[in-house]
Design a protein around this ligand. Structure first.
Ligand code: DGL
Length: 276
């Protein structure tokens, strides 16, 4: 008996979600698709994001995925219904799991959410958080994705940008009378900026803010879905050998950048072209 899970992202960032999935689902086969040729999704329209994401989901199904994890926050926020309508297998996005994690973490019930422009303008996180009774300030951080892709993780320019974004978000929260105690990273790239964001927040807030990203909670939700199957699988250590990687743009770039997101080397990536 085997289980194959498809993981989709607009590029490399979803590897932070795969990184969380691997230890939770040992023995499971993963097929990862990064639509790196069409990244960024975060600056595109709903119709374009949905068209791209549906073609990616269909590809993963063809590759044998029995379950799809939409690791991309932007695709989860704007295209989950379209993907579910087009797919024959269960589909899980990261918005609801992220909101659930914020709900579990926040005591003040006020949350800051950072995301791409498309994610923030969709208000998907605000709506999902409101369903848990949380108040939210959403802040678009469009410069973070290119800075991370440039490798400027601890760069002074990135620190300045983080300071500007977080100051704006904090001012808006204060103007709305909110006291956020939780920061939700609503983009696959932002976990790589976690340390930098932590030190920026430490300078701004007397009390430390809790930073959460949806990778761990999403992985836990997938593990719950497959709990019966996981009991049947022979015991095995989590291994990247169980992963097959596809990218729509440069294989070399996917290997070098992707390895930083996954936290281990990616030796083999297959290039594919997705039909529009
Ligand atoms: N993967 C996207 C997300 O999580 C970020 C990169 C992009 O804009 O495509 O929102």
């Amino acid at each position: 008996m085997s289980v194959t899970i498809g993981v989709f992202d607009s590029g490399f960032g979803g590897l932070t979600v795969l990184r969380a999935l691997l230890p939770q689902l040992p023995g499971v086969d993963f097929v990862y698709l990064g639509d790196s040729a069409r990244l960024p999704y975060g600056s595109k329209s709903q119709a374009t994001i949905a068209r791209y994401a549906v073609s990616a989901a269909k590809f993963l199904e063809q590759e044998g995925a029995e379950f799809l994890v939409i690791a991309c926050n932007t695709a989860s926020a704007l295209a989950l219904d379209d993907i579910r309508a087009a797919a024959r297998v269960p589909v899980l996005g990261v918005i609801e799991t992220g909101a659930a994690a914020a709900n579990a973490a926040s005591i003040t019930r006020d949350v800051l959410v950072l995301g791409t422009t498309a994610t923030v303008e969709s208000h998907a996180y605000a709506n999902a958080c409101a369903a848990h009774g949380l108040r939210v300030v959403e802040k678009a951080c469009p410069l973070f994705v290119p800075l991370v892709e440039e490798g400027w993780i601890h760069h002074p320019v990135t620190a300045d940008v983080a300071n500007i974004y977080l100051t704006e978000a904090l001012n808006r929260a204060r103007a709305a009378g909110l006291s956020p105690d939780t920061l939700l990273l609503g983009c696959t790239h932002y976990p790589l900026l976690r340390e930098l964001l932590e030190s920026t927040l430490d300078r701004m807030f007397a009390e430390p803010l809790q930073i959460i990203d949806s990778a761990g909670v999403t992985a836990a939700a997938v593990a719950r879905h497959f709990s019966a199957e996981l009991r049947e699988l022979p015991p095995s250590a989590p291994s990247i050998a169980d992963c097959t990687f596809f990218a729509t743009d440069s294989v070399a770039k996917f290997q070098s950048l992707g390895s930083q997101f996954l936290g281990q080397p990616i030796d083999h990536v297959t290039h594919i072209d997705l039909e529009e």
